[in-house]
Design a binder for this molecule. Structure first.
Ligand code: HEC
Length: 141
């Protein structure tokens, strides 16, 4: 009888620990470094307009960078499962570029809750524009 209760207690603790880990895996987003050395240098100042639009190498790098850093919320292959907005519908062109970069750099928080973490300082603008270039190829009207 005592043994049974201990076993049950043990199972409960393991379950609680597993749940905590799962929550952390979603909430605590560790950005994955991206190698952008193959892309043309664009300087330190944040640009307003995607300098890599249509660049095949940028699209390739962007696809993998998206898979590692964005897909867990925005969906595999940019098809959102509903947790976060579907990025295929982002506007093309300069105003879309600016909105994309605003979110990429600063993320989104309201009422003290982080909806999307900021990526600008960790991943840098070369990676941001590479992701944008890949998303442009996935655009839907
Ligand atoms: C932890 C989940 C999460 C991750 C990871 C994440 N996002 Fe987001 N993103 C969100 C949520 C949630 C919103 C909506 C925020 C809001 O409505 O305030 C959002 C909004 C956006 C928007 C604005 C979309 C719109 O239609 O207005 C862009 C652009 C964006 N994210 C790009 C990215 C990119 C690029 C990455 C990867 C580098 C990324 N996000 C990673 C959760 C995430």
């Amino acid at each position: 009888m005592q043994m049974g209760r201990f076993a049950l207690l043990g199972a409960g603790i393991i379950l609680a620990a597993a749940t905590a880990t799962a929550l952390q895996a979603h909430g605590d987003v560790t950005p994955q470094p991206v190698d952008t050395s193959a892309l043309p240098e664009i300087g330190a100042d944040w640009l307003e307009k995607n300098p890599y639009s249509g660049n095949g190498k940028a699209i390739e790098i962007g696809q993998s960078a998206y898979g590692q850093n964005c897909a867990r919320c925005h969906g595999l292959d940019a098809e959102s499962g509903g947790i976060a907005p579907d990025l295929r519908y982002l506007e093309l062109g300069e105003s879309g570029d600016q909105w994309f970069m605003q979110r990429f750099r600063h993320g989104s928080s309201h009422d003290g809750k982080v909806y999307m973490p900021p990526f600008g300082d960790v991943l840098g603008q070369k990676t941001g524009w590479a992701i944008r270039s890949w998303l442009e190829t996935k655009h839907e009207g």
